[in-house]
Structures are given as structure tokens and as C-alpha cells.
Design a protein around this ligand. Sequence first.
Ligand code: F6P
Length: 337
Amino acid sequence: MRRISLSRYLIEEQRERGKINADLRLLIEVVARACKGIAIAIGKGAIAENGGVLGEAGSDNVQGEAQKKLDVLSNEILLEANEWGGHLAGMASEEMELPHAIPNRYPQGEYLLLFDPLDGSSNIDINAPVGTIFSVLRCPEGADPSQNEAFMQPGTEQVAAGYTVYGPTTQLILTVGDGVASFTLDRECGSFILTQENLQIPADTKEFAINMSNMRHWEAPIKHYIDDLLSGSTGPRGKDFNMRWVAAMVADVHRIMTRGGIFLYPIDAKTQSKGGKLRLMYEANPMAFIVEQAGGAATTGTQRIMEIQPTGVHQRVPVVLGSRNEVAVVASYYGKS
Ligand code: F6P
């Protein structure tokens, strides 16, 4: 079998397809290298030095959520790896209140990197999948990368996005706006190897993912939609649906990238004041870019996610994404109410 490494894939995207420049190639390689470091740290679990990497860090992030040791460590790995290469102007992370500009002692690049260093971190202690999500924007001419304003660009401005899922295998899913490719980490040689190109999400599905325990808090269109799915073949949808919920967005989206489905984290009475649960800039936007590049769709229910004009780095939004015909069905329930 001809093995194509991530490095070679990126060189071909640059040289043959002209989709990326050398700096963006370097940026993606550096993020991938950091993800390998995170995969190694996760893999050590309770036997890592100094008491292991599982458990609470004893601190809260900007959103008031308790940080796990691995949240903090993954954030540090990504920051350290990306600081000195000269490809970035700044970074923003779920784990940091304010953007991190590249220190003056290093050259400044033209890109901004946003990330959720360890998505689904409540899965760590039960040895279930977690992930890293990232999004890349250009730093606008003259903008200050230590300020939120530099990052306030809609998802349509993303030049690359990806996620790494740390499951039984470590997989990196990447788009540079030229379709979606999937790479599997070869742990023996330490390289990400291309394992699938041109991923396509089936347009139709019979599988949905939602936290059903929030049902009593949902708004009417989502309640009606899920009621109709649950009525199965004798209900208005005329077919039986299956449900899955890994409780890590990366893993739930990865299932959809693999076999189709619909993922919903709608706004509900509990998250109304915050605008939703999932973060626009480093969760919803990169996933929307990837899903759209694979032929799927991503909406809040009433608006295409990638067209939202952001107002804050940690802004939250409702998310409905996956198989495009099913996403359109959800949007039609909003149209009816
Ligand atoms: O980032 C938030 C997150 O952990 C997502 O990865 C996941 O989809 C969701 O929250 C899980 O939410 P809940 O705790 O409601 O199951």
C-alpha cells in the first residue's frame, strides 16, 4: 500500500493543487505534532509521572467550568508548539480568557489559530474518546492579535479547520477548503498517514445525537422534531431512528463523518442566557466547515453557522449539523413555528 504522510499530503496541497502556502502548511504540521503530544499524554493516563494526568486541575476556565489536568496540559502543549515557528500572529483557546499574541521575541506570521485543546474532557476519567478542535483564520491587516477584535470573523473566513479524535486510534480530520481528508496516527513511526480522502457525509440518515435529558428545557421546534423521530415508522417521518450520544462533540461528529447522522445541541432554557452550550469560534465553526466540505450542513436552526458574525471569542451558539437533508428537516421545524 502506498503510504502518504500528512507532510506529503500538505506539500501536494501546496505545490500541486495550490490550496495552501508554506506558512499554512507549517501551521497544520505543528498543530498535528502538538496533537501527537496530547495523544501521548492521554495514553499515559494514571501512570504518567508526578501522579498521572487524570483528574481535576483545581482551577476553572473563563466559562466557570472545572478544568481537568489534561485540559491545562493540552492547552500548554498547543501554545508551546505554535509560539515560535513564525507562522502565527496569535492564538485563542477555550482555556484562556484573552487571546495570546505571539511574543515579540519570535517572528510574527499572518494566521490566527483558535482551539478547544481537549473537547469532551469529562470523558477522560472514564477512558472514553476526547478530541482537539482547531480553526485557522487570517489576521486582518493592522489588527492587534492580542485583542478579541482580530478574531471576530465569520466561519466563512476560515482557511483551515480540523479535529483530532483520541479513541482506539488517533485520527486527524482536516480541511483546507479542498474537501476533507482523514489521517490515522501510526504510533510506531509517529506519523499521521492518509487513510481517507474526500470524505462524504450521506445526505440522509436514521441516526441522531442529542442529550435527551435536556428535553424539558428545549424550545418547541426541537421538541416537535425529536417527538417525530421517536414515533418511528408509524409517525410522520415514516422510519425508525437510532440514537447515540458520546458526550464529546468530536466523537459524535466523527461518527457522522463516518456514517452520517445528525448532531444537535440546541439552545434550551438552561443555556438561554448564554446563547447556547457550544462555542462558535473553536467548536461550531471548525466543525461546520468540515461538515460542509464533506457535503453536510450546519445551522443554528435558523441561520447557517458559518455566516454568524461573531461578537466574542467565547460566544456560544445552538448547533444542528450533519446529513444535509436531515439538517434541512430541522430547519423546516423552525420555519413552521
Ligand atoms: O464542549 C462541550 C461538550 O463537552 C461537547 O464536547 C459535548 O458535545 C457536550 O459538551 C456534552 O454536553 P452534555 O454534558 O450536555 O452531555
